[in-house]
Design a protein. Sequence first.
Length: 279
Amino acid sequence: MTGTIDQISQRLAALDRQIETMGDTFTETYRGYLKQLGQTVKQQIVLSCYRICTENYPKRFLALSVSERQKLQEDIQALARQTATDLNELLKSIDETRIEPEPEELPDELEELLSETELELPDEPSLTPLEALTIWQEQLERSVTRTLKAANGNANRLLQEAEILPKRIPQAVLDAAAKEGGDSGAANLLNVLVSASEKSADSDAPPPAITALMHVVAVNLRLSEIEFNDPGVANWRGKLRELKQQFQALAKDYQKKRREQSIAEAQLAWKSTWIKDEA
């Protein structure tokens, strides 16, 4: 039985090494993915704002002075460049801010992140290579989503400050409309009707009986849409998808060996304390 336990431990160690090597491959693949995504998002921010200003709100854009138009365009270009930079630097920022979870916090986090692989939760705070890579991937994917969401908000804020979009429509309303699946219209644009009413100066005044509907077109970059429409980003996402499939296969093998290890150790412990009944 001891030999079996040793063999299982050696197999687990080999899987750990495989996962660590796969982690390096993930890093390089994500690096290429984020670079391509940054370039595409940079273009889409400018293109989305261009369409809003020239196709959806041309009169408002024409009402701006030449200097105001130039400032808006410069601000949009700066936002596009910064968003591309933020995406390219996500790998570095996540590595720098990675925090080892506290023992009491670990089970809940791993229960969510490792549910697909059905991994057992560890009793100790240290993470195995499998657990660490799973959490790292989840953190990175969430950071990509947050970066795009921030870009949407900043782009719409610039358009509101230039009085292209109505100032009285909060970004939270646009976020909610996008989440509910408003009509996308053109690529990376949100085309939606939102309720709008003027607030009274009297805080005790009742709300207006009639609320007008306002048609709003705003920037709404969507990762799924970008990956579907851009061949370069789609190619990198395909590579990531293949890696994740390999990773899931390793995770299942790892979990199987962990279970075999627990069974073998329990059987050995049973035999070590068992006293044969001679009666």
